[in-house]
Ligand binder design. Structure first.
Ligand SMILES: [Zn+2]
Length: 286
């Protein structure tokens, strides 16, 4: 996802700022980021373990070098602490690389929709865009909107939806997706290896938003939406595009709202939940 005009990314989470009223809305994806992914620690450990084996001579040398005690750009990168930190950080690098590719893919589709084909595309994004275009040639999505910020004032969240597509009778769709024809569909592109239920909850957050927020602060009514669609885009060598319907129901919206409430609770001041520690004074303090 590209950075929307009204987004504040200065903290650990994205917030959307209303350009007229100054209201702050938590990003729907930030709310969902509080859901723990239980496979993550094992995945991160595997990456570190693999890196240690691949870079075994660097690790062996580091074991003999005392910690340099410096951080950031000043760090030596050779000592025990530096190399341990490098090993521990592998999963962040892999995750950030994947999320960066996702952002650039969204940008590439947005350029194509707004400017047309032929825009410059990064080499690593091209296989994803090729897969998308192969799908689009058959599915013929008609864009009713793209990259729109939506807000829900009552519940206090906002987000940027990828696209609102209409599929006409001329669309060629897989057998199981025939019912999308003649319908307006809320579409979200996913470029990661896997897609999960929280991605569908994210689309429910957009579907049940109250208004579209334009960059100048104008609020427009939400378009009528038939259903949700996650377009899981991978290069052709990895199967290409897979369509997953995201069921937009009050039950799934409630699941998003639960996540939102947990996120708010996790961000609330500690003092609302827990007092300062109290203890018996040691004889010296008494
Ligand atoms: Zn060091």
């Amino acid at each position: 996802m590209t950075t929307p005009i009204n987004a504040d990314d200065s903290g650990s989470h994205r917030w959307y700022i209303h350009p007229v009223t100054g209201e702050r809305f938590l990003s729907a994806t930030a709310a969902l980021s509080y859901i723990a992914k239980h496979e993550l620690p094992a995945w991160a450990a595997t990456l570190s373990a693999q890196a240690a084996i691949d870079a075994w001579s660097r690790v062996r040398e580091a074991a003999a070098i005392e910690p340099c005690g410096r951080k950031g750009n000043d760090a030596c990168g050779q000592c025990r602490t530096c190399v341990a930190g490098w090993l521990a950080n592998r999963h962040n690098v892999v995750r950030d690389t994947a999320s960066d590719l996702g952002s650039r893919f969204h940008q590439a589709i947005d350029n194509q929709v707004k400017i047309g084909p032929g825009c410059y595309v990064d080499a690593d994004v091209q296989p994803f865009l090729d897969a998308y275009n192969e799908w689009a040639k058959l599915a013929r999505p008609v864009f009713r909107g793209a990259e729109m910020t939506v807000i829900n004032r009552r519940l206090g969240y906002a987000g940027t939806l990828d696209a609102v597509n209409f599929f006409s009778v001329k669309s060629t769709l897989p057998k199981k997706m025939q019912h999308l024809k003649r319908r307006t569909v809320l579409v979200d592109y996913k470029t990661g290896k896997t897609v999960g239920a929280p991605h569908a909850w994210q689309l429910n957050a957009y579907r049940f938003a109250e208004a579209i927020l334009l960059p100048d602060g104008t609020e427009l009514p939400m378009p009528r939406i038939g259903t949700g669609l996650i377009l899981h885009v991978r290069p052709k060598s990895e199967g290409g595009v897979k369509m997953r319907e995201a069921f937009l129901t009050s039950q799934n919206f409630k699941r998003f709202v639960h996540a939102l409430r947990i996120a708010e609770a996790m961000m609330s001041p500690l003092g609302e939940s827990l007092s300062r520690p109290a203890y018996f004074p040691t004889p010296k303090e008494a």
